[in-house]
Design a protein around this ligand. Structure first.
Ligand code: B3K
Ligand code: ZN
Length: 845
């Protein structure tokens, strides 16, 4: 397919004055009538070409100002001669939602109709200029016998077999939504700060109505938070959330009608883990926050995706930090960024936060656009300060409400609000790759000098990079552990720069990159003694956790390399930390978690070495054994002290205790043959404890009885069964992982048509690093076999899962050869989707 470039942007030749749609729903023959008023666009630069996007549509008829016309129709859309001035365009098309397995456009899921239009799904519903800079007011009439008929905006009429909706806010087509089905609602309401009452609903299938309360509360909290922190009020009479089982991603922010993957809405203590609750709260917030950052102010074109996504991720992370624990959220975000975004940025799929070209835009809903995009906003806020950030955001909302904007517009409000020149900062949007910052220090008895060097590595299409603006937060401690220099923001703008600190009595111990102040890789010579010192004394929770992380990593590497017994400094520090009652249990749990297999593989690659997945797996196992041994006299007490006995609450306090108790339990299971885990499993009244116990057992090759009991207990609960599928693959031994995954695909309740179920097995296989990269190549082959089967049905999910192969060049020649073979096998398929073909092509390049 053709490559589309940012530099080629042209406004559409027409404006859309209004859109009126009428749907007559039918599983295999839905009729869509459109009535659209077009007028010449005065801002158009090129000759006006009336081309409307349209895919997989059967055109029944088209009219202009009431007169039938015969447009020229292709696989991508239609073209027609049109009058000079304003005119009314009408079409009737037929579509087959029941045959739509791609889950894009209008499709069916368990008997209900649902839509997904971002990025380019609306063109599968009717002919339209399907681009975000064409905004219009929509009126929608749905005709169907189904009892619940929903669309965007406010409900204006309803009767036997129909409903009519009107959305007064001009929007691009990607925010269009329609839902129809036999749904039940949990009702609620919210009064905005200006006194407007908003009707709220969470719509679900029968049987799920007991799992909506948490989502409803999360929605209310989000609405309140956006008023309190950003001054943003909701702007319609009604806000609907719908849960759908078959959904390609987490959720979608359609105006007034958010549609969610049921895994991102439904939760009860019995069926959802603390992690699920936290994720649901964050996604509800994210989609709600899009109402202002995405919907009221949208993107001019899809290259500007980070304008709405980076900002909205940043906003939802602020929200989670406020609702829960800010340090725990920051550490989680750093882990996630390193695990997903650094990995992307360091491989063949690296691209700038604002990409400059694409073949299939769905391939760019990435960790880079989302998470690095959010980090860029965090840096901007750190650089200008909280007050200036608030001022700039107010200006952004005032100036651009109702518009489709660019990153240039976004940066301009900061320049205008602060007087700062952001041209160098803008490189964060155009240069791909994770900057490496090398830190060195000097002490002459009176002055302490910190020298920072930065280097942005070459990435595909970008061999040379210029220095970026890096906000580097630094604190200094004296040898007694007292903080002698509070957190100070150093602004690194050159390739190399020195910063001095005077008036210190002793050579200080630096606490660098506090709060993970920039998404960079820090390179600094240090010792395990110093890391242990920071782990014991640092006042910055992120830096403190990071010191523990580095200690664990160096101990693990020594172990993997030479089978060395774990470093005593590490084990001592860990022992002190786990027993430190002043520390949040969630923080202690995070500090005890070992670096992931993938993280260790990347660390070897960064040292210029070839990672051995099996050796990494063995090393982590041995380390867990050593940690369990060192802590063995403390485990029972720690476990008891952190076992929650009060009624379940899905909050940070209880969740932190449960996560710490589960970590302790997994260590106990190495010592007691599973007694404590079996007891926890039997007594559990919530999924966090039930799954934690099952996981501890499976990790020690125990728990086959519990695994069977779990399936019997939960066979009617799709989302819980996804966990059951996934946990077996995640805990399978390296030489068995592919077989376990393959056996699961033979079950009658496995289906590749449901992305959640497919990911539960194949996603878990890709995450089981030693299993996926097992020397037999069975993991590679199984994943490729299934991607080949899935691509004709669901290109989007197939393409996304190809990224499991993105780190292939790290590995030895044998593994590289096997992966190449699988990728080439996929690439050679006749009729391969544009999505998958672009991904495989980029990975192989
Ligand atoms: N904007 C949607 C993602 C759409 C993905 C299209 N492939 C959800 C979100 O970011 O909130
Ligand atoms: Zn989003």
């Amino acid at each position: 397919g053709p490559t589309i470039y940012l530099k080629d942007y042209q406004p559409f030749g027409f404006v859309v004055r209004d859109v009126s749609l009428r749907f007559v729903l039918h599983p295999t023959a839905t009729r869509v009538h459109s009535r659209i008023t077009f007028a010449p666009n005065p801002d158009a630069t090129a000759p006006r070409d009336f081309f409307l996007d349209g895919e997989d549509l059967k055109l029944i008829e088209a009219r202009i100002d009431g007169t039938p016309v015969t447009p020229e129709v292709t696989a991508e859309g239609l073209r027609c001669d049109v009058p000079e001035g304003e005119f009314v365009w009408e079409t009737e098309v037929e579509i087959a939602p029941d045959e739509n397995t791609a889950l894009e456009g209008l499709y069916m899921s368990n008997g209900m109709y649902s839509t997904q239009c971002e990025a380019q799904g609306f063109r599968k519903i009717t002919y339209y200029p399907d681009r975000p800079d064409v905004m219009s007011v929509f009126t929608v009439r749905i005709e169907s016998d189904l009892p619940v008929l929903l669309s965007n905006g406010n409900k204006v009429a309803t009767g036997e077999g129909f409903a009519e909706w009107h959305d007064p806010w001009p929007k691009p087509a990607y925010l269009f939504a329609l839902v129809a089905g036999e749904l039940l609602n949990l009702p609620g309401s919210f009064t905005t700060r200006s006194g407007k009452e908003v009707e709220l609903n969470v719509w679900v299938r029968k049987g799920d109505e007991d799992k909506c309360d948490f989502a409803m509360e999360a929605l209310k909290k989000s609405m309140k938070w956006d008023e309190d922190v950003y001054g943003r009020e909701y702007d319609l009479d009604i806000f609907n959330i719908v849960a759908v089982d078959d959904f390609n991603m987490g959720a979608m922010e359609n105006k007034g009608l958010n549609i969610f993957n049921s895994s991102a809405v439904l939760a009860s203590p019995e069926t959802a883990t603390d992690g699920n609750f936290e994720r649901i709260e964050a996604i509800i917030a994210h989609e709600y926050f899009h109402n202002w950052t995405g919907n009221r102010i949208t993107c001019r074109d899809w290259f500007q995706l980070c304008l709405k996504e980076g900002l909205t991720v940043f906003r939802d992370s602020q929200f989670t930090a406020d609702m829960r624990s800010a340090p725990v959220k920051r550490i989680g975000d750093a882990l996630d960024l390193r695990g997903r975004q650094f990995r992307e940025d360091g491989g063949p799929l690296a691209h700038p936060v604002r990409p400059e070209s694409f073949k299939e835009i769905n391939n760019f809903y990435t960790a880079t656009v989302y998470e690095k995009g959010a980090e860029v906003i965090g840096m901007l806020k750190r650089l200008v300060g909280d007050e200036a950030y608030a001022k700039a955001l107010d200006l952004y909302f005032d100036r651009h409400d109702g518009q489709a904007c660019t990153i240039e517009d976004w940066l301009k409000v900061f320049e205008d609000a602060t007087g700062r020149d952001l041209s160098q900062f803008k490189l964060w949007y155009s240069q791909a790759g994770t900057p490496k910052v090398t830190m060195s220090e000097d002490w002459d008895g009176a002055t302490y000098t910190v020298t920072l060097k930065q280097q942005v590595p070459p990435t595909p299409g970008q061999p040379e990079k210029a220095p970026q603006v890096i906000p580097f937060a630094l604190g200094l401690l004296d040898p007694s552990g007292k903080e002698v220099q509070p957190t100070t923001l150093l602004e690194l703008t050159e390739a190399e720069q020195s910063f001095t600190f005077k008036g210190l009595k002793n050579r200080p111990i630096p606490s660098p990159l506090r709060g993970f102040s920039a998404p960079v890789i820090l390179d600094r010579e240090t010792t395990n003694e110093e890391r242990a010192f920071l782990l014991a004394h640092d006042t910055d929770p992120f830096a403190r956790w990071e010191a523990g992380r580095q200690l664990a990593k160096s101990a693990l590497i020594a172990m993997i390399d030479g089978g060395q017994a774990p470093d005593a400094a590490y084990l001592d520090a860990l022992r002190q930390l786990v027993k430190d009652e002043t520390l949040d249990p969630a923080f202690r749990a995070l500090t005890m978690a070992l670096p992931s297999e993938d993280d260790l593989a990347q660390t070897f690659a960064d040292m210029g070495r070839t990672p051995d997945p099996q050796a990494i797996w063995d090393g982590r196992e041995a380390m867990r054994g050593a940690v369990a041994e060192v802590l063995k006299d403390d485990l029972t007490l720690l476990y008891a002290a952190n076992t929650v006995t009060e009624p379940f609450r899905p909050d940070a306090e209880q969740g932190g205790k449960r996560s710490f108790a589960n970590v302790i339990l997994s260590l106990m299971t190495r010592q007691d043959n599973g007694d404590a885990a079996r007891a926890q499993y039997a007594a559990a009244d919530n999924m966090t404890q039930q799954l934690g116990a099952l996981s501890a057992l499976l990790a020690n090759d125990l728990g086959s009885l519990e695994l069977g009991a779990f399936a019997d207990q939960w066979q009617g609960e799709r989302l819980v069964m996804d966990k059951w599928f996934a946990i077996q693959v995640s805990h399978a031994r390296p030489d068995q992982a592919a077989q376990v995954a393959s056996d699961l695909t033979e079950r009658p309740d496995f289906t590749m048509k449901n992305p959640n179920r497919f990911r539960a097995v194949m996603g878990a296989l890709a995450m089981n690093q030693a299993g996926f990269h097992h020397a037999s190549g069975a993991g590679y082959k199984l994943l490729a076999d299934w991607l080949i089967k899935l691509d004709p049905l669901n290109p989007q999910t197939t393409a996304r899962m190809c990224s499991a192969f993105q780190t292939w060049r790290r590995y030895d020649a044998d593994r590289q050869g096997m992966i190449r073979e699988e990728l080439e096998r996929i690439a050679a398929l006749p009729g391969l989707s544009r999505d998958t073909s672009e991904m495989v092509g980029r990975i192989l390049e």
